[in-house]
Design a protein around this ligand. Structure first.
Ligand code: FBP
Length: 548
């Protein structure tokens, strides 16, 4: 592949390492880690990996020697900037402890382990990918490692390669599966350790020991650059309202962080919409009212940030989706035999509860079609495909028409819509993610060579300089709780949603009325890799506020 000038310059960047990872390391134990809820159930499901201590690394003078070890690495789920640096950090960490150690990458995600598709990652391959975005070094996939048969096949494949440890780089679901795999391999004495690593741009894998998942920082900075550019355009042209949907699945962390970075006129936070039990109409009215207020001040332009998963947080919509899922499962054949979209809509509408029917009938046709025509392999509505930004534009337009008839709104409403997601997932990692990911990989190497299993790599104190970051491991069982999945209670890592009593949301809530009416836009500009630390190395605003 031909390298851009930036890639060439970036290849030489030496990630900043936490002081503790530079020389020899001793591992300190810091109390036991237990889940907040469902302790007994989790303990009985994970008897071999439950209740292990939290681990913190410290510098040591002792020079220990380590046996060579073969390690397999898996990238799981959506891309997130920095994945290649986790791999290079792991590679360098393993080689530092014993130059005969080997690293194998399983190809195309977890299925690579089951189907024995792999590649040995040698120094020249690793060097090509240092400090780059993307997951293309070995590819990623969304196959779930859940079945005993998959674990057993994986074991056979690991044995063939002499692999004694696996590193799973993934989000909450992938790390839940890593935990189940660690428990299983320990229970049967397979001799294979499993270490997880926190990845996801969504930022919803976090707790006391995992301050942020990698990729969140870069993705938010990319989206914020784009939002800032749009805001400057809006402020220059003074004629467009921009409705911008942002990836992030259920949680609104990305939207909140981008709002903190760019100070838009409106940012919807799903968790607040749910807490206030807002209806779709109330959400629409709140946007329309701000548009009217700004228009009365002569500002006929603005920005609205919309989290990807918002409609699932509107109780009314949640019920509608649930009813549609049930109806589509019950009447699948009859539904599929209908020819036109109109017939399909009408067929379902009359079977809905009165409240859901009312909502469904009031949706624009293309949105009600998106609700029923696209379904996932389980037959469920694919919420992330619903063009919420367009839905809100149409409904706001309708509301403004009424205001115009009433004489309350006299301006012209010119909406533009955008969806930012894939733009940020493979961006060249920010200095923060470059350093953080390299430290996560190096931390994984130390956990592995010290024979740990069932741990997630933990690098903390992230608002400090990289030299002062605190590294160690946290037992994955400590993050579990029981949740209903496909009708059964299952142990899963609890998804971290935006906390409405947390500092980032409170800061936003304390300023949003001002941002709504007065154009207080911030234009962050592109991520910088070379230059003053306050421009290049700043962590996310969310992290800073959480640590104040
Ligand atoms: P992960 O949770 O696997 O990190 O993926 C995050 C994400 O980018 C979400 O924000 C988004 O909803 C989803 O992936 C899109 O997935 P796909 O790439 O499969 O369309």
């Amino acid at each position: 592949m031909i390298k851009s000038p930036l890639q060439k310059a970036r290849a030489g960047y030496q990630p900043k390492l936490p002081q503790t990872l530079i020389g020899s390391v001793k591992i300190m134990e810091e109390g036991n880690s237990e889940p907040k809820t469902d302790k007994e159930e989790i303990k009985s499901l994970f008897p071999h990996t439950y209740g292990m201590p939290l681990l913190v690394f410290q510098e040591s003078d002792e020079q220990k020697s380590f046996k060579p070890i073969n390690v397999g690495i898996i990238l799981s789920g959506g891309q997130a900037p920095g994945g290649h640096n986790v791999i290079s950090g792991l590679f360098d960490g393993l080689k530092k402890l014993n130059s005969d150690s080997k690293l194998y990458g399983f190809l195309g995600g977890p299925s690579g382990l089951v189907n024995n598709q792999y590649q040995e990652l040698t120094a020249d391959i690793i060097d090509e990918y240092r400090n780059t975005g993307g997951f293309d070094i070995i590819g990623s996939g969304r196959t779930k490692l859940e079945e005993k048969e998959q674990f057993d096949k994986g074991l056979v494949n690991c044995k063939k390669l002499g692999i004694n440890a696996l590193v799973v780089i993934g989000g909450d679901d992938s790390n839940t599966n890593a935990c189940v795999l660690a428990e299983y391999y320990k229970a049967i004495g397979a001799g294979i350790q499993v270490i997880g690593c926190p990845k996801t741009i969504d930022g919803d894998l976090k707790n006391k020991m995992i301050e942020v998942s990698f990729g969140f920082d870069t993705a938010c900075k990319v989206y914020s650059e784009l939002i800032g550019n749009i805001q400057r355009d809006a402020y220059s042209a003074k004629k467009n309202w921009h409705f911008i949907k942002l990836m992030g699945r259920s949680a609104s962390h990305i939207t909140l962080e981008c709002a903190l970075q760019t100070q838009p006129n409106i940012a919807l936070i799903s968790e607040e919409v749910e807490a206030k039990e807002m209806t779709l109409i109330q959400v629409v009215d709140s946007i329309a009212d701000t548009i009217v207020k700004r228009a009365n001040n002569g500002d006929n332009f603005g920005t609205v940030l919309i989290p990807e998963g918002i409609i699932e947080f509107i109780p009314q919509f949640k019920n509608l989706i649930q009813e549609l899922n049930d109806l589509l499962a019950k009447y699948n054949d009859e539904f599929l035999s209908l020819e036109t979209d109109q017939e399909k809509r009408e067929f379902l509408a009359v079977k809905l509860s009165r409240e859901s029917e009312n909502l469904y009938d009031n949706l624009p046709n293309d949105i009600s079609d998106q609700l029923i025509l696209d379904r996932d392999p389980h037959g469920n509505v694919i919420v992330s495909r619903i063009e919420t930004e367009k839905l809100l534009v149409k409904m706001v337009e309708k509301r403004l028409k009424i205001y115009r008839q009433e004489g309350a709104y006299k301006s012209k409403f010119t909406p533009q819509n955008h969806f930012f997601g894939y733009e940020g997932r493979c961006a060249a990692p920010s200095n923060f993610d470059t350093n953080y990911c390299y430290a996560l990989g190096s931390t994984a190497a130390i956990l592995i060579t010290n024979e740990k299993t069932g741990y997630m790599t933990s690098v903390r104190n992230l608002v400090a300089n990289a030299e002062d970051w605190v590294c160690g491991g946290t037992p994955i069982t400590g993050m579990m709780n029981l949740e209903k999945r496909h009708g059964e209670m299952k142990p899963v890592i609890k998804k971290a949603l935006v906390e409405l009593d947390g500092a980032p949301f409170k800061f936003f809530a304390g300023h949003r009325d001002n941002w709504a009416i007065n154009s207080k836009y911030i234009f962050p500009g592109p991520i910088q890799y070379f230059g003053p630390a306050e421009v290049c190395d700043a962590p996310s605003k969310t992290l800073v506020l959480e640590n104040q």
